[in-house]
Design a protein around this ligand. Structure first.
Ligand code: GLP
Length: 262
């Protein structure tokens, strides 16, 4: 265990559920921990169903995961991979799309078979059918085993925006203004963003293990609300307090506003 790691256990008011917070000195140690957890999970269960967010948060985790799987010769040929979300209307060739992110950073480096990879087609004119298709993929594969998610600046997970029901499955969401504005960072040119298609919080609650990762000062406020705030659909990430195998993993900067001791 790395000495820079603090392990704190939280209990919700009901004293039934436990969420764990793990803090690391920096983004590298944080990312390495997440990559090791995922690599070990695949080692233990080669047919693991893994769901991940794209965005800046998981970039190094994915890089390290590819390295570990390759160097340690871990068999990932039966693993199933699910992309958490996508911007509606964006083609997969758009470099800011989640499809492009996963294809270039994960699928190509690992040479994953197309039958292992499940991403939303956000170009379809039947988004409802696309949601049902992903719901069926999750059900047919026995649910999600491990989920690695990020957090938006309004507390969203995937495109589960504030106000979203904790029991919803795959759905299309109208994007918050903050999501549309912050989302511009993924694109070279200003891009019109209206809706997102996403795996829902109901699937997150059903997942066997959920890891929410956050780094940097800009995430300190939302991490404080996630860990210490009230559980409310107005702040989707607070759902982590209700998950019975939920982990919030952060670097020191993202943990900097948390009250101590917990
Ligand atoms: C985006 C995505 C989420 C992502 C989050 C944080 O809008 N919909 O899936 O986890 O916001 O992004 P980042 O990691 O770039 O901060």
């Amino acid at each position: 265990m790395n000495s820079s790691k603090i392990f704190i256990t939280f209990r919700t008011k009901s004293f039934i559920r436990i969420m764990k917070l793990i803090s690391f000195k920096n983004y590298h140690l944080l990312s390495d921990f997440a990559a090791t957890e995922i690599a070990n999970a695949i080692k233990d269960d080669p047919s693991l169903v893994l769901c991940m967010a794209s965005g800046h948060t998981p970039v190094l985790t994915i890089e390290l995961l590819v390295k570990k799987l390759t160097e340690e010769k871990i068999d990932y040929s039966q693993m199933k991979f699910l992309g958490l979300d996508e911007w509606v209307g964006l083609p997969p060739v758009n470099e800011g799309s989640c499809n492009y992110f996963f294809k270039t950073k994960l699928f190509e480096p690992l040479q994953l078979n197309a039958s292992q990879c499940f991403l939303f087609n956000a170009m379809t004119n039947d988004l409802e059918a696309e949601c049902k298709k992903m719901d069926a993929v999750i059900a047919d594969n026995g649910g999600i085993d491990v989920m690695l998610v990020g957090i938006g600046m309004n507390g969203h997970i995937g495109f589960n925006e504030p106000g979203t029901s904790f029991s919803i499955h795959c759905h299309v969401a109208e994007l918050d203004n903050s999501t549309k504005t912050v989302g511009q960072k993924y694109f070279k040119e200003e891009t019109v963003l209206h809706q997102g298609i996403t795996i829902g919080l109901g699937h997150l609650m059903d997942a066997k293990k959920v890891v929410l990762k956050a780094d940097g000062k800009r995430k300190a406020e939302v991490i404080k609300k996630t860990v210490e705030g009230m559980v409310s659909k107005n702040f989707p990430a607070s759902i982590m307090q209700n998950h019975n195998n939920g982990f919030v993993i952060v670097d020191e900067e993202a943990a900097s506003l948390l009250s101590k001791p917990h």
